[in-house]
Ligand binder design. Structure first.
Ligand code: G3P
Length: 219
């Protein structure tokens, strides 16, 4: 499974991109607003920093507006993926942009049928918001599983990009459910490698080595 970072903050992105473990970036208008920066300028920098897909979301909601903003965003760099809302106009624009060779991420997906329609519109990625589904007492991971089944039943190649990820269990479950990608906020990304037994084991190894004077000669 690929791991994307869900952030528009260049400092955060730089910190994690250096690890070589970031396969792509997703941004949205709320994340862009948090940075207080010009969105296009920030996207230009992000697209240079991370070679994988960088999702850039349109702000328009009508077909012509989505198309024109999508075309503008796509021009920023070859790795920009245009993010459009899962609405009639959004899917119409998805079809048009995909026809022009632009990769499209259809966002704000909350039902399996919505995901099927996005795939029919030629979406490269579908973004089901698992955390927000859980928030209203429904089953976010069930949504991922249902989309996986529908896409596999009919051979849709749209990639499932699990979004609104809130904790490590979401990452684990999304991987088990067959999501192609999980986009993860920096706080969760940081905790992906954490395990108390790793810390405990490492401390014990180092203490034993120090006690016995074990060294790696030549370093
Ligand atoms: O990728 C979508 C994500 O940013 C939304 O997350 O936590 O606001 O539901 P959240």
């Amino acid at each position: 499974m690929k791991i994307f970072l869900d952030s528009a903050d260049i400092k955060e992105i730089r910190e994690f991109a250096d690890s070589g473990l970031v396969d792509g970036i997703t941004t949205n208008p709320s994340l862009a607003a948090k940075t207080g920066r010009d969105y296009v300028e920030a996207l230009e920098e992000i697209a240079k920093l991370v070679p994988g897909s960088v999702s850039a979301e349109v702000l328009a909601t009508d077909f012509d507006g989505i198309l024109s903003q999508g075309r503008r965003l796509a021009k920023i760099a070859s790795n920009i993926t245009v993010k459009v809302p899962l609405t009639w106009d959004g899917l119409k624009a998805c079809r048009a942009l995909a026809g022009e060779g632009t990769t499209v991420n259809v966002t704000l997906c909350f039902s399996p049928v919505q995901a099927m329609m996005a795939a029919k519109a030629g979406a490269t990625y579908i973004s089901p918001f698992i955390g927000r589904v859980d928030d209203v007492g429904e089953d976010g991971m069930g949504l991922i599983r249902d989309i996986r089944t529908i896409y596999d039943n009919y051979g849709f190649t749209t990639q499932i990009l699990a979004a609104s990820v809130r904790h490590i269990m979401h990452v684990r479950e999304a991987a088990l459910a067959g999501a192609d990608i999980a986009t993860i906020p920096p706080s969760v990304f940081k905790s992906l490698l954490n395990h108390p037994l790793t810390d405990k084991g490492l401390a014990a190894f180092l203490a034993d080595a120090q006690k016995a004077g074990v060294k790696i000669r030549g370093t």
